[in-house]
Design a binder for this molecule. Structure first.
Ligand code: COS
Length: 394
C-alpha cells in the first residue's frame, strides 16, 4: 500500500493520497450506482443482487479483509470513508457492506483457520457466497451471552438446534455465522461459533416483513432444526463464541457508525440544496436564520460523528483497545443520524415527507441503527462500565 496510514501513529485529519482516491471513488460509485436505485429498491422492497455484485466488483465487500483471500487489506479509517459514502447513498446497501465485511468477514479473518479463511472469505469478497451473523434470538437480544440455541457434540461434529431473529441477509446468505451454547452451566464461556452452510438439512429461513425502514435490505428469521455440521465448522475453540461475537461487533459497530455519518452528511447535502432552491417570502429559505440554524445543527452532528469514527478507526489501526471509543462513536453517530434526518425533513417541509427527496428514507433507515448491533442503552452501559469500573448489567 502506498503511504499506508495505519503505520502513522500520530492522529492526523489529513487524508493520504490513497485515502482521497478511495474516498472519491466511493463517492462517485455512491452517486452513480447506488443513489439512483435507492428509491425504487426501497419502494419495491427489493434486495438488489445486481448492486451486491457491483459492490463486490469495486472491492467494497472485502475492504479490510486479507488480500491473500481476495480482500483489499485497507485500514479501518479508509474503510470508514467507504462506508460513509455508501451509507450516504443507501443504508440498505451499506448493510450489505457492514455485515459482509465487518460482522462476518472480520470474524473469519481473525478467528478462522487457514482452511476456513480460504473456504469462506473469497466468496464474501466476490459477493458470490454472502454470510450472515446469526447471534440474536427471539428471546435474546441485549443479553447476548444468554443464547438458547444449543450445539450438541456428536461424532465427527455438532448438531445445532434453535431460532435466530432479525438476521440481516439471512435469506440470501450461503452460510450463517451461528452462535450457540454448548454447555448452559458455563454461561458465556460455553458459547461457540459455527460456520453453517444455509443449504444444510434442517436449516430454513423466512423473510421478516413490515419493517419501518431498510426496505431494500433482507432481514430474516432462521430456524436450525437439528442441523449437523462437521468439526471444520467450528470457528475458534469451544468457549470462544462470546469473544468471537464481541470482536465482530467491535468491527460491526464501527461500520454502523460510519454509515450513520453518511446519513448525517446526506442530510446536510440535501438540506443545503433544497434550502437554496426553495423560495418563500420572496427569497430562498436558506436566507432565513431559523433554516440556517437547522443546517448548522446538522453540520455539527456530521462533523462530530465523523471525528469520533475517525478516532475509533485510528485506535483500531494502531492496535489499541477501542471497544469504549467504538461504542461512543456508534452511540453518537446513530443518534445524530436520526436527529439530522428529522431536521432535514423539517427543512424540506411537505416535500420531505414523500420520497421525491431522500430525507424521509434517511429517517426510516436510520431508526434501526440505535437498535441493532447493540442498542443505544447497551452502548451507554458499556461506556458507563468503562469509566466507572462498575458493571450495571449484572
Ligand atoms: N472484545 C473481546 N472480548 C470481549 C469484548 C470485546 N469487545 N467484550 C467482552 N469481551 C470478553 C470479556 O473480556 C469477558 O472475557 P472473560 O470470559 O475472559 O472474562 C467476556 O467477553 C464477557 O464479557 P462481559 O463481562 O463484558 O459480558 P457481558 O455478559 O457483561 O456482556 C454486553 C456485555 C452487554 C456488552 C454484551 O452482551 C453486548 O454487547 N450485548 C449487546 C449484543 C448486541 O449487540 N446484539 C446485537 C447483535 S447484532 S444485531
Amino acid at each position: 500500500m502506498v503511504n499506508n496510514p495505519s503505520r502513522r501513529r500520530m492522529i492526523d485529519f489529513e487524508l493520504t493520497e490513497e485515502q482521497r482516491l478511495i474516498r472519491d471513488t466511493a463517492r462517485d460509485f455512491a452517486d452513480n450506482e447506488i443513489a439512483p436505485r435507492a428509491r425504487e429498491n426501497d419502494r419495491n422492497h427489493r434486495f438488489d443482487t445486481e448492486l451486491v455484485r457491483k459492490l463486490a466488483g469495486i472491492g467494497f465487500l472485502g475492504s479490510m479483509l486479507s488480500e491473500e483471500y481476495g480482500g483489499r487489506g485497507i485500514d479501518y479509517r479508509t474503510y470508514g470513508l467507504i462506508v460513509e459514502e455508501v451509507g450516504r447513498a443507501d443504508s440498505s446497501a451499506r448493510t450489505v457492506v457492514s455485515v459482509t465485511t465487518s460482522l462476518v468477514g472480520s470474524a473469519i479473518d481473525r478467528w478462522g483457520t487457514e482452511k476456513q479463511r480460504r473456504k469462506w472469505i473469497p466468496g464474501l469478497c466476490s459477493g458470490e457466497a454472502l454470510g450472515c451473523f446469526a447471534l440474536t434470538e427471539p428471546d435474546t437480544g441485549s443479553d447476548a451471552a444468554n443464547l438458547k440455541t444449543r450445539a450438541e457434540k456428536i461424532e465427527g461434529g455438532w448438531r445445532l438446534s434453535g431460532q435466530k431473529q432479525w438476521i440481516s441477509l439471512g435469506s440470501h446468505a450461503a452460510f450463517a455465522l451461528t452462535f450457540a451454547q454448548t454447555d448452559p452451566d458455563k454461561g458465556h464461556r460455553g458459547l461457540a461459533a459455527f460456520l453453517v452452510p444455509t443449504d444444510s438439512e434442517g436449516f430454513s429461513s423466512s423473510q421478516i416483513h413490515g419493517k419501518l425502514g431498510l426496505h431494500a435490505s433482507d432481514t430474516a428469521e432462521l430456524s436450525l432444526d437439528g442441523v449437523e455440521v462437521g468439526e471444520e465448522a467450528l470457528l475458534g475453540d469451544v468457549g470462544d463464541g462470546f469473544k468471537v461475537a464481541m470482536t465482530a461487533l467491535d468491527s460491526g459497530r464501527f461500520s454502523v457508525a460510519a454509515g450513520a455519518v453518511g446519513v448525517c452528511q446526506g442530510c446536510v447535502n440535501a438540506s443545503v440544496a433544497y434550502a437554496k432552491q426553495r423560495r418563500q417570502f420572496g427569497r430562498p429559505i436558506a436566507a432565513f436564520q431559523l433554516v440556517q440554524a437547522m443546517i448548522a445543527d446538522m453540520v455539527v452532528d456530521a462533523d462530530a460523528a465523523r471525528s469520533l469514527v475517525w478516532k475509533a478507526g485510528w485506535l483500531k489501526d494502531t492496535g489499541r483497545p477501542n471497544t469504549l471509543e467504538t461504542s461512543v462513536a456508534k452511540l453518537f453517530a446513530t443518534e445524530a443520524s436520526i436527529r439530522s434526518a428529522n431536521t432535514a425533513i423539517q427543512v424540506h417541509g411537505g416535500s420531505g415527507y414523500v420520497d421525491d427527496y431522500p430525507v424521509e428514507r434517511y429517517l426510516r433507515d436510520a431508526r434501526v441503527t440505535t437498535l441493532y448491533e447493540g442498542t443505544s442503552e447497551i452502548q451507554k452501559l458499556i461506556i458507563g462500565r468503562a469509566v466507572t469500573g462498575v458493571n450495571a448489567m449484572t
